[in-house]
Design a protein around this ligand. Structure first.
Ligand SMILES: Nc1ncnc2c1ncn2[C@@H]1O[C@H](COP(=O)(O)OP(=O)(O)O)[C@@H](O)[C@H]1O
Ligand SMILES: [Mg+2]
Length: 418
């Protein structure tokens, strides 16, 4: 029967046990009764029996009710216990209630009615308590989830604003860098012209009859070290042009990486995204690892490029962090099925199975406070999921780790809102 109460009667005295059983059966409660005749058997029964209520004689041959009660609580058994005592002893009663007894009854006043009342109250209180605990757990879980999504939101907000800042700065720098670059080109030409002119004048030197003037010009030439100056000025200009070209490249990478103008689904070249991301995180990586690229031929992939770059960035930075002294980071790409994959492998410290289970959890980090947020991989996971892709890891302590991201080339018709 569904509403039947499972009850354990614990008493070493057969007659007493029978009396309790009879009284219960007559009380009108639907009960299924199990009996035990000592503390040890009772504890064993409680461990496995899933009882709604236990009626415990206080005096047992192998221990008293109080220690049995404490043992059950220590064993995490929450079955409500109604203690049956010999005579009324106020101090004992207080102690029993403190130890977690739901109620107590004096054996002299046992009747169907008192038992029924005690059992019903105890079970009701118990299930209310359980319900409260469950609700509390759910609340705690909800709170954790809320906190996690709040952090993710903050993180993605932060990334978005960094991206915007980067793109803004890149845009501002673009213009001056552009004209410095082009002016340097012109300057180079002018300098060549000036030198030509200078050579023209040098040819006139033979015609100068005024020795003093000639002497002065030659001294000046030596003092200024004209020969060296001619060579060096060309080098300076071409080095400057090279420097400015590099700045142009960085600006372009920043723009590519942040994709601020294109927070839309688009067809993107993953290798290009990897390259610009590698340039951005170069500083974090270059002292730790040599980067080896093994790109296969990839068609364009329909994605939110800035977010996918974000994933690449997390994987690359993690790979660099995993390498203690010096190592190699290998970036591979290829196609599989109707999708493209990217792998980031490192020769770093690797992870055991326990850690691997948790790495995609928000806030899970093994890095010291201030270094790790524990959000990189959980964010990457949700980005890849949004793309209907997969992210997986293969790792072993001491050998290194390989993270693999697989993305479908084309998104299903019903795209997740970005
Ligand atoms: N390539 C890797 N090698 C070893 N452990 C890694 C690697 N990538 C991630 N992990 C582990 O996963 C954890 C979570 O990574 P992540 O979510 O990026 O957070 P964070 O980098 O802030 O710690 C790291 O703290 C680290 O323990
Ligand atoms: Mg990280």
């Amino acid at each position: 029967m569904a509403n039947e109460l499972k009850i354990l009667i614990v008493d070493d005295d057969d007659v007493d046990r029978m009396a309790v059983r009879r009284a219960l059966e007559k009380s009108g409660l639907e009960v299924e009764i199990t009996e035990a005749d000592g503390a040890a058997t009772a504890l064993e029964a409680l461990r496995h029996g899933n009882f709604d209520c236990a009626l415990l004689d206080y005096l047992l041959p192998d221990g008293d009710g109080l220690s049995l009660l404490r043992d059950t609580r220590a064993a995490n058994i929450s079955t409500p216990v109604v203690m049956l005592t010999g005579q009324r002893d106020e101090r004992l009663i207080v102690e029993l209630l403190r130890a977690g007894a739901a109620d107590y009854l004096s054996k002299n006043e046992l009747s169907g009615e008192t038992l029924c009342h005690a059992v019903q109250t105890a079970t009701r209180l118990h299930s209310a308590e359980q319900e409260k605990l469950r609700a509390h757990d759910k609340l705690k879980q909800a709170h954790r989830e809320l906190q996690a999504s709040h952090q993710q939101l903050l993180q993605s907000e932060k990334l978005a604003s960094i991206g915007q800042l980067a793109a803004g700065v890149a845009h501002e720098i673009n213009n001056p860098v552009g004209y410095v670059y082009s002016n340097l080109g012109t300057l180079q030409k002018y300098i060549d012209n000036l030198f030509q002119m200078l050579e023209g004048y040098a040819r006139l030197e033979t015609l100068v009859s005024d020795k003093e003037t000639l002497q002065a010009v030659q001294t000046l030439k030596q003092e200024l070290d004209l020969e060296y100056l001619k060579e060096d000025v060309r080098d300076l200009v071409s080095e400057s042009r090279e420097g400015i070209s590099r700045v142009k490249g960085i600006v372009q990478d920043l723009k590519d990486f942040s994709h601020v103008d294109e927070a839309e689904w688009q067809w993107a070249d993953l290798a290009h995204g990897l390259d610009s991301t590698l340039n951005i995180v170069n500083n974090e990586i270059k002292y730790k690892a040599e980067v080896v690229k093994k790109y296969g031929d990839l068609p364009e992939v329909e994605c939110l490029a800035s977010q996918i770059n974000q994933v690449f960035m997390n994987l690359l930075v993690n790979a660099a962090h995993a390498i203690e002294e010096r190592g190699t980071i290998t970036v591979r790409t290829g196609t599989e099925g109707d999708g493209a994959w990217v792998e980031v492998s490192d020769t770093g410290k690797g992870m055991d199975a326990e850690i691997q289970k948790k790495i995609f959890d928000p806030f899970f980090t093994t890095k010291p406070v201030g270094t790790g947020t524990g959000l990189g991989l959980s964010l990457s996971y949700s980005i890849v999921q949004k793309h209907h892709g997969k992210i997986s890891v293969d790792s072993e302590p001491g050998r290194g780790s390989t993270f693999r991201v697989w993305l479908p080339l084309r998104q299903p018709k019903q795209k997740a809102a970005s």
